[in-house]
Design a protein around this ligand. Structure first.
Ligand code: PLP
Length: 424
């Protein structure tokens, strides 16, 4: 059978096995454009609908059980129902939740973040990673009195901060200069030509949504040096990579950004974002220090996210747990790659620690350029094969392990991976 035929068959088998999810998908399309309200969650022919989640398991309304290897695109690092987070939120709710005032947990959470991240001297909370990046760019342009922002092709910094293969019509209209990721010459040339105009460089230490493409340490160090020489601010978007260690990817790399943005799992699975860094830069939000910037947001200090964050950082995410999850991910990535090679599957896997992405090319993949010509059908087949075997990952091939994923889950998944074949 042709590859197209195999994909069509896989879709049909999936659709036949999920009749209830199909019915709800049909209903959804009549009230939600595209049938959903978070584009990344869609896959063809329609996504299964979750009824219940606990630990690292998802149960759908059609009676299937999946081991969740996606972990809500990294926001679910703690699994679906971590007890300390549940208890903390319940206690917080007992005290009321739409306060319109300040409370203790926002201070405690800020203290926990400042303790963990060396370079974060002051921090502010937002509702999402997108907002955190928007605020970081706002303060960077204000601080430097410059407008240009260097970002990288294939980067993702939020729903309105997307730099894929072509310009996204929903990306906010900053004065962007888009360079190639991991290309020292390209970004050096940008600074040579426009250094005095560049307010900030916004970069992911590993391009997460772009396919888990790891930043070359020498490239990231060059960004630090270029910013230093030109009076620009270096902003590390650690919304995904902060899980790499207690102090994030920056701690492992030994690079000190001026500002860092955070999000995802840090509020134990509830909505969250934060931006912080150098005290003198963040002082623009402090009227007592002469700061003139406001930072609004009805839910910035909402008691659910703040109390959940205190429990997540204070009680759950010890250094040992973060390090063990990172190591488990490194081992899994290596084993998936070995399985592909052993079985002659023309695919590869990239990433670091508990975050990884399979690709429809044998690789190696060191930049987005290496993904040109990759066969998306291979990833789709792999996705349906894993679902059939009881393991859920993103349709785009992304895996984000939660701390609930055990060695036994990993072993079971590797058995499924090892059975993957392509009938062409
Ligand atoms: N930055 C990075 C690196 C991300 O991966 C994401 C989300 O995937 C964001 C920012 C946006 O975060 P949010 O979805 O919370 O707005």
């Amino acid at each position: 059978m042709s590859l197209d035929g195999t994909v069509a068959l896989a879709r049909r088998r999936y659709a036949d096995g999920h009749p209830r999810s199909r019915d709800v998908a049909d209903r959804a399309r009549t009230v939600l454009p595209g049938g959903n309200t978070r584009s990344v969650l869609h896959f063809d022919p329609f996504p299964f609908r979750v009824e219940r989640a606990y630990g690292c398991e998802l149960h759908d309304i059609d009676g299937h059980r999946y081991v969740d290897l996606l972990g809500n695109y990294t926001a679910g690092l703690l699994g679906h129902d971590p007890a300390p987070v549940y208890d903390a939120v319940r206690d917080a709710l007992d005290g009321g939740w739409s306060l319109g005032s300040v409370h203790n947990d926002e201070v405690r959470l800020a203290e926990l973040l400042v303790e963990r991240f060396d370079t974060i001297e002051r921090v502010r909370f937002t509702n999402s990673g997108t907002e955190a990046n928007l605020m970081a760019l706002a303060v960077a342009t204000h601080h430097t009195r410059r407008r240009k922002i260097v970002v990288f092709a294939n980067g993702y910094h939020g729903g309105v901060l997307t730099f894929g293969e072509s310009a996204s019509p929903v990306t906010v209209p900053h004065d962007w200069h888009v360079c190639r990721y991991n290309d020292v010459d390209d970004v050096t040339a940008a600074f040579r030509d426009r250094g005095t105009e560049i307010a900030a460089v916004l970069v992911e230490p590993m391009q997460g949504s772009g396919g888990c493409i790891v930043g070359d340490p020498a490239f990231l160090r060059t960004l630090r040096a270029l910013c230093d020489t030109n009076g620009s601010l270096l902003v590390f978007d650690e919304v995904m990579t902060s899980r790499f260690s207690r102090g994030g990817a920056q701690h492992l790399l030994g690079i000190r950004p001026d500002l860092t943005t955070l999000g995802k799992y840090l509020a134990g699975g509830f909505s969250f974002g934060a931006f912080g860094g150098r005290a003198d830069v963040m002082a623009h939000f402090d009227p007592a220090a002469g700061g003139v910037l406001g930072h609004a947001g009805t839910f910035n200090n909402n008691v659910v996210s703040m109390s959940a964050g205190v429990a997540a950082l204070g009680d759950v995410l010890t250094d040992d747990i973060l390090d063990a999850t990172h190591a488990r991910g490194d081992d899994l990535r290596t084993a998936i790659g070995e399985s592909f090679t052993r079985n002659g599957i023309p695919m590869c896997v990239t990433g670091a620690g508990s975050l990884m992405n399979v690709h429809g090319t044998p690789g190696p993949v060191a930049s987005a350029d290496d993904l040109v010509g990759a066969d998306d059908r291979l990833k789709e087949l792999f996705f349906f094969h894993c679902l059939d075997g009881g393991y859920y990952l993103a349709r785009r091939g992304f895996i984000a392990l939660s701390i609930e994923v055990s060695d036994a889950h990993v072993a079971g998944f590797l058995e499924v991976v090892d059975r993957f074949r392509i009938d062409d």
